[in-house]
Design a protein around this ligand. Structure first.
Ligand code: PEP
Length: 250
């Protein structure tokens, strides 16, 4: 089973509309490499212009969150219907910052994954352990619980489309990355959890990224591991030259 590598930039709460436009002009034609999927997950405000700018390119645009309902009295929220209408292709779900600061539970993550599929969006589902969980030897257990919840109720064909991002929380934005061997060990385990839920063929189709202080100078090391299919990148995705180098390095 060959899985197309996927590098996704997570801009978090950075970049105005004009900054996003300038970034895109710089990466267009460069962060486009055969055999690597290039995704930019931007703040909601920058999505309409980025989707327009990305037309005719191979760069896909993603959101960083969605509400699980299609519409309703949810002040300040954005739904999958709205993202689909814009032409957005991907959506990050369950990022550790959302789990930590916005009380996003495994149950909410599951509802959001279903909302993504309902609206033809590909979910990039984040799982990963806190430092204290790692130190307590709980990494695999935590990732298993989060993975099982995220895949709850999905058909095998939907499951095969999910992108999982394994992001040890202690490595996000800290400059402390997991070794590629440790990341492979956990990601291989996550794949075995998915195989247990479905079957080997489905698990072999799922793309699993590593995330946590990935930079142009270490991306290739992660990509060299058999179960690692790309990276979810925060800080190093914000500068055009660095983003291009990440895509080239994959
Ligand atoms: C992230 O935002 O998902 C992330 C991994 O950030 P960073 O690359 O900055 O660690």
């Amino acid at each position: 089973m060959s899985r197309k590598p996927i590098i996704a930039g997570n801009w978090k709460m950075f970049k105005t509309v004009s900054e996003a436009a300038s970034f895109f002009a710089d990466v267009k034609g460069k962060a486009e490499v055969d055999g690597v999927e290039s995704v930019i997950c931007a703040p909601f405000t920058a999505l309409p212009s980025l989707v327009e700018a990305a037309k005719g390119t191979t760069i896909a645009i993603g959101a960083q969150n969605l509400h699980f309902e299609d519409n309703g009295a949810f002040t300040g929220e954005i739904s999958g219907v709205m993202l689909k209408d814009l032409g957005v292709k991907y959506v990050i779900i369950g990022h550790s910052e959302r789990r930590a600061y916005f009380a996003e539970t495994d149950e909410i993550v599951s509802k959001k994954v279903h909302a993504a599929f309902k609206n033809d969006l590909t979910p990039i589902v984040c799982v990963g352990e806190k430092l204290e969980e790692r130190e307590a030897g709980e990494t695999k257990n935590v990732c298993s619980v989060q993975t099982v919840a995220a895949f709850q109720g999905l058909s095998a064909s939907q499951a095969a489309e999910v992108v999982v991002a394994y992001e040890p929380i202690w490595a996000i934005g800290t400059g402390k990355s997991s070794t590629s061997e440790d990341a492979q060990d956990v990601i291989g385990y996550i794949r075995s959890v998915i195989a247990g839920l479905y079957d080997d063929a489905t698990a072999a189709a799922v793309r699993i990224q590593y995330g946590g202080s990935v930079k142009p100078n270490n991306v290739a090391e992660y990509m060299g591991q058999q179960d690692i299919d790309g990276a979810l990148v925060g800080g190093a995705s914000l500068e055009p030259a660095s983003y291009i180098a990440l895509i080239e390095g994959a």
